[in-house]
Design a protein around this ligand. Sequence first.
Ligand code: SAH
Length: 337
Amino acid sequence: MNKDDILNLLQTDDPQALFKKADEVRAKYVGDEVHLRGLIEFSNICRNNCLYCGIRKGNSMVHRYRMSEEELIKTAQNAANMGFKTVVLQSGEDLYFDVLRLCHILEEIKKFDVAVTLSIGERTYEEYKAFREAGADRYLMRIETTDQNLYHALDPDMSWQHRYDCLMMIKELGYELGSGIMVGLPNQTMESIADDLLFLKKIGIDMAGIGPFIPHPQTPLAGEAGGTLDLALRTMAVMRLLLPDINIPATTAMESLAPNGRILALQAGANVVMPNVTEGEYRKFYELYPGKICVNETPVACRTCIGTKILAIGRKIGTGYGGHRNIQPIKKEKSPE
Ligand code: SAH
């Protein structure tokens, strides 16, 4: 597929045919299992000021929190006890979690026999290396957009090149690499989305997260239109055709735009869901965008709810770690009781 083919598909008059094709490719290459990842939003403290993001440094209306190390480890343990084979540790760029703290946390969490994905933004090579050695298996960091002008307009004080360099370091260190984009950003064109998809293919990602941009009222982009579920699904479906065997999540932002958004995504190319396993009030304080789903739910309720929906569309819940190409996660010894 070249760029024109991608553009045509993104703008097709028959999106249902595109979704059906992506669903067939998904079934053929990665099967009917839906892999569940327990998402832990462990800190909403962030040093960055991305214009689109609700927890940007400049939003003084956010109630900031940071889980303690014990709390974070306990949350991961609860997720493992609920049957999750992967936990995703996500946060703002909070440097409190330095090598010493995060490596300790990783080493403890790895004792629960789970694969661990980190999603904590830009760090140094030495930090990525230390996290990997402490047991982190995968890393998730969206490039957000490959239009560098757009990126720099939206992420002041950040460098697209630096984010790209980080992705390359992560890959070199042997992590499974997840990246992705938002669609519906102000001044983002279809051409640029087509370029994004080609970029993700070129760098050889193992996982692609694609979500609609949803304007947050406490950010400078409050008045923007935002992305639609339709565009997000189209983009995700084309991603599946371009990279048939990677992991593609039905993203939470999709569900925030429509009550069955994740199920529609699972039927249009997605094979992963990341239910929130964060406890209590933290869920609502980790507000990247408004209308976030399930902020008043418990981890068990979220797991049960999505599990039922997955089975209802004739799919299975993944029982393994669910990594791309079945790379086995790093094993850590269980500590003596
Ligand atoms: N600090 C980490 C995690 C960022 S939050 C990092 O830098 O990777 C995870 C993702 O949420 C972001 O990568 C972005 O794509 C998405 N996001 C942020 N604000 C959003 C918004 N307003 N609407 C939709 N998605 C948003």
